[in-house]
Design a binder for this molecule. Structure first.
Ligand code: ZN
Length: 412
């Protein structure tokens, strides 16, 4: 039951807004797919495909998923039939919304605010960590999630029939409870995730599991977590729940990225102006990329001018990278420009540049940190909106609850 990683990591979404209700589940960003085939979107219970909504979903997960990974969702939109045309395509999978923009914003806004209020930390568990390589197969490996997927697939198979067999997962199957517009919802059976949580809390509630704080040699460290840097890479922190292992580079990068993003979007980034502009020689393709993206580079503090041929002149560069030479800063940003996929939007380019700068400015994997530096890093993480993921979507922190440790040591 507890191997059921996906079910435990579904986040419930329920947002009724001006007659349109968005309801269902999205996966914690720790669970993603290499394609978008596990994005199940329904409109009034009927399966649909909609590029705009898939895009909104991708935007909501921006910065939370690795490049090339796609979110998983099971979402149903309920809206008055008059506000949508379902007859644009014979298969009825494509629909046309009267106000597509509003639905796009509702989906994006609902997920964003949900993520901000949700603890998105990666739940570590030794078994799942060792099996992480084939996370796409998790659906097949555990009975509960495979039932869920089977149900969803079955829904796809018979979208035209109004009567289907009772799905094992009916939290948002409106037909099963006979809901029409404006009618109240019958209570749904508990979902797999809820059941798992119930069992988990039952287990936690067992008295013999409680540790007598006075018998614990390290103390329970409720108010001042003790932290330890290991292998010049990771910081191990004891907390109330258990322990956290933090990737020092990923966390620092995240914090710097958010600070940078706030400043760049507000146009308040500090830049260092060079008294004597510095010419930098580049390859043809690099010089072209730089000049093509001059305006975006200026937004992240790097000001360049053409200098004839393949050379460009750097006249200002971001102050946060002042410990590096202007040529080095330019070269690393050019690299970011060139690794961007084909036809990126300006926001993608800007994001990629900010990732690159945050990465360059952050403490490195392998840097020995002083106690003060560790403390300052830990103090700053609560300022970041999402300190659980680095800007590339990798987790910054793994959590091992004491309950999980007890299980692994066969104490429960
Ligand atoms: Zn990095």
């Amino acid at each position: 039951l507890f191997g059921d990683q996906l079910a435990e990591n579904l986040i419930e979404i329920d947002n009724p807004c001006e007659g349109i209700r968005l309801h269902g589940y999205v996966a914690n960003p720790t669970h993603s797919r290499s394609n978008n085939r596990q994005q199940y979107l329904f409109l009034n219970g009927r399966h649909i495909r909609d590029r705009a909504l898939q895009h909104a979903l991708g935007e909501a997960y921006r910065g939370l998923l690795l490049t090339g990974r796609y979110p998983i969702c099971f979402l149903n939109l309920e809206m008055p039939h008059a506000q949508v045309d379902v007859n644009v395509h014979p298969s009825k999978q494509e629909v046309r919304f009267q106000d597509g923009g509003a639905i796009y914003s509702q989906l994006l806004g609902t997920l964003r605010s949900k993520f901000l209020s949700t603890d998105l930390v990666a739940r570590g568990d030794v078994q799942s960590l060792t099996a992480r390589g084939n996370e796409d197969e998790i659906a097949q490996s555990t009975p509960q999630t495979s039932e869920l997927f089977q149900w969803a697939k079955q829904e796809l198979g018979n979208t035209s029939s109004t009567e289907s067999s009772t799905p094992p997962f009916m939290a948002f199957d409106t037909r099963a409870v006979g809901v029409r517009e404006g009618q109240q919802y019958a209570s749904s059976p508990p979902t797999i995730a809820e059941e798992a949580t119930d069992l988990a809390s039952e287990a936690k509630g067992t008295d013999f599991l409680r540790v007598d704080p006075t018998s614990s040699p390290v103390g329970t460290a409720h108010f001042s977590p003790s932290a330890l840097q290991i292998h010049n890479r990771y910081i191990v922190v004891e907390n109330d729940e258990g322990l956290e292992i933090i990737d020092q580079h990923a966390l620092h990068e995240r914090i710097l990225y958010e600070q940078l993003r706030d400043k760049v979007l507000a146009g308040e980034l500090e830049r260092q102006r060079l008294l004597v502009p510095e010419p930098v020689d580049l390859a043809d393709s690099e010089a072209a990329a730089v000049l093509e993206n001059r305006e975006i580079l200026a937004r992240v503090g790097l000001e360049v001018e053409p200098f004839g041929g393949r050379a460009v002149l750097v006249s200002a560069y971001p102050a946060m990278l002042a410990h590096r030479s202007p040529a080095e800063v330019l070269r690393s940003l050019v690299e970011q420009l060139l690794t961007e996929g084909k036809n990126p939007g300006p926001r993608d380019v800007l994001d990629e540049l900010m990732h690159g700068m945050a990465c360059k400015a952050a403490v490195k994997y392998g840097d020995r940190l002083t106690l003060e530096e560790v403390a300052s890093l830990l103090a700053q993480r609560h300022l970041a909106q999402d300190h659980h993921h680095c800007p590339h979507g990798r987790p910054t922190t793994l959590v091992f609850t004491r309950d999980q440790l007890d299980r692994q040591f066969k104490r429960i």
